[in-house]
Write a protein that binds this ligand. Structure first.
Ligand SMILES: [Zn+2]
Length: 222
């Protein structure tokens, strides 16, 4: 089973991309937006439909700040465990909620837990989406580590040109704190800028989806 797709962006200079999953969240998403705004950095937010309906004003703020909103399903299921009909329903409900609230047309999709197979990729593409996971070594593991110093060191050691970083501005588990993710972003962005990295605006992928490269990884990630 192909459970994980290692993706990155073709880039000639030191360019990296920031992505946040599982929001929106009324506390952490807003704090992250503030940090991104301070540095003029654009990111992708892969939102869960349920959270979008719960915090409509937050998803509007994400859209109004010029960030890219991606579809991360309605209830965050493991897509390998549900039918294709259910997957289509998960995608459509989320899309309808976000389009209604923000007027934004969505073009990026990310599967929960990074779980999928070839048929799911095809299904998602047929809905007009570009399939985007992340760079495997740049999973910040902010769901596991809560110390921003540990996460920043881990990420800086593994940073590479074209890397797609994975963070979480919320969680499908209700009360998970993401305060450490906010602190990590606050440290990491200036550090990357100091080292000459630039941030890729995910909107670039709308015009040039072919700059996304991937390698299939047969190793189970869970
Ligand atoms: Zn997720």
């Amino acid at each position: 089973m192909k459970s994980f797709n290692n993706m990155s962006i073709q880039a000639s200079e030191n360019k990296v991309m920031l992505t946040f999953d599982d929001g929106p969240n009324p506390v952490y998403t807003k704090e992250i937006l503030h940090v991104l705004q301070q540095y003029g950095v654009k990111a992708a937010f892969f939102a869960i439909g349920q959270h979008v309906l719960e915090y409509p004003e937050v998803i509007r703020e994400v859209a109004n700040s010029g960030h890219t909103i991606g579809n991360h399903t309605y209830s965050h299921p493991d897509l390998l465990e549900i039918s294709h009909e259910e997957i289509l329903e998960e995608i459509a409900r989320t899309e309808q909620a976000i389009v209604r609230l923000t007027g934004e047309k969505l073009f990026l999709f990310r599967p929960p837990y990074g779980h999928f197979d070839d048929a799911i990729v095809e299904l998602v593409r047929q809905q007009g989406y570009t399939f985007l996971t992340w760079t495997r070594k740049l999973d910040s593991r902010d769901w596991q580590y809560e110390d921003e110093h540990v996460i920043v060191e881990y990420m800086m050691k593994r940073m590479e040109n074209g890397g797609i970083m994975l963070f979480h501005d919320s969680s499908n588990e209700r009360d998970a704190s993401r305060a450490h993710t906010v602190r990590t972003i606050r440290m990491l962005i200036p550090l990357l800028l100091e080292q000459g990295y630039q941030f890729i605006d995910p909107q670039e992928l709308l015009l040039q989806p072919r700059i996304i490269t991937h390698s299939i990884d047969e190793v189970k990630y869970f």
